[in-house]
Design a binder for this molecule. Sequence first.
Ligand SMILES: [Fe+2]
Length: 242
Amino acid sequence: MKIVQITDLHVGKEGEDTYGIDVRANFLKVKQAIIQTQPDHLVLSGDLCFDIGDKTIYRWIKTHLDEINIPYDVISGNHDDPIMLAEVFGLKDQLNNNQLYFSKAIGGYPFLFLDTTTGVVSDEQLSWLKKELKSHKREVVIFMHHPPVKAGVPFMDVKYPLRNKPAIQEILFNHPYPISIFTGHYHVEKNIRHGNTIVHITPSCFFQIDQKEPEFKVDHHRIGFREITFENGTIMDTVKYL
Ligand SMILES: [Fe+2]
């Protein structure tokens, strides 16, 4: 089974200036790459919108995704609105107290999807995560927008981190089975391992951020996405740039 993860699309409203970058053209390029790759499943890990959640943007993205004809899941980032997302993508069943979090089996593997729109994993989701992890006595895959660990990217670690990292780390790091986490948000390519937990940060479809500078600095403008393959109980992944 092959999954493609795309993240941080940051699509603006029609005609909106998005730092001089044609984010809609970027998305269409990624769409072509997905068509060529033909994954079994697609995940959009948040920040579909440039700045704030907008139904017209979600509808535009959905129209293109539906054309690809590959099953997909969407989660919410800090530049999204989970209620609007749920409405446009028909996910109201996955909305719990206005948070878009859910679990499902994909290709026989257990997948959990979290909502970190507010920059934290809510207490409600933390209890749910604990229960879900306990119920699967095997490796679990988690998609969430924010990395739940410090990534050594000073600008993002200091200015826009997940604010309650210790609370989720206590659950993840004490879990006896492997956990593979795929995130976005940082606009970098990075893998961080803590015991059984490995966090894969996937680059953005917008621009990538310099990993060493404490102040905001663009590293490059190549569009990134991740391919994840599941074969005989092994998860392998690779990042591609367009
Ligand atoms: Fe973000």
